[in-house]
Write a protein that binds this ligand. Structure first.
Ligand SMILES: [Zn+2]
Ligand SMILES: [Zn+2]
Length: 146
């Protein structure tokens, strides 16, 4: 369960407010949390594609399908634009990206959908992302597919 019920603030594109707790989050806040969570490194590290340094913010649910600037909906990934690196891989391989939780289907809350991420000491791990910059490991890893 996502403890937050985020909604866009009226008239503002990238500021969200939780109708449960009243907390607000701007795009800037969200990017800062994700950057701190990742430590500046790519969070998915696809072998043969990864460039290491995170340059792009991957919306797991794209903005065009209602995705918000909240940390559970974002991944720090490498690549320049949609062309190369792990970000490029995601955009070229939508089915694999969905299987790994790097993107989610419309109507799915990314906070409750595990994502395959790279972690020091774990290599690939299945985790839930919260909106405070936390990873919560899921006991039974799903297969990491590339
Ligand atoms: Zn809340
Ligand atoms: Zn990468």
């Amino acid at each position: 369960m996502n403890p937050h019920a985020w909604q866009k603030q009226w008239g503002r594109k990238t500021v969200v407010e939780c109708s449960t707790c009243g907390r607000t989050m701007s795009e800037r806040d969200c990017r800062d949390v994700v950057a701190e969570r990742s430590g500046g490194g790519c969070e998915i590290r696809i072998e043969g594609w990864c460039q290491g340094q995170a340059r792009e913010f991957q919306h797991r649910l794209p903005a065009g399908r209602g995705g918000l600037f909240v940390p559970s909906n974002g991944l720090a990934v490498c690549g320049r634009g949609n062309v190369d690196g792990c970000h490029g891989f995601i955009h070229r391989n939508p089915e694999i990206a969905t299987a790994n939780g790097w993107t989610v289907e419309s109507g799915v809350d990314p906070a409750v959908k595990p994502v395959e991420i790279w972690m020091w000491g774990h290599m690939q791990a299945s985790a839930l992302l919260d909106d405070d910059g936390g990873y919560h490991l899921v006991p039974e890893p799903t297969s990491f597919t590339t």
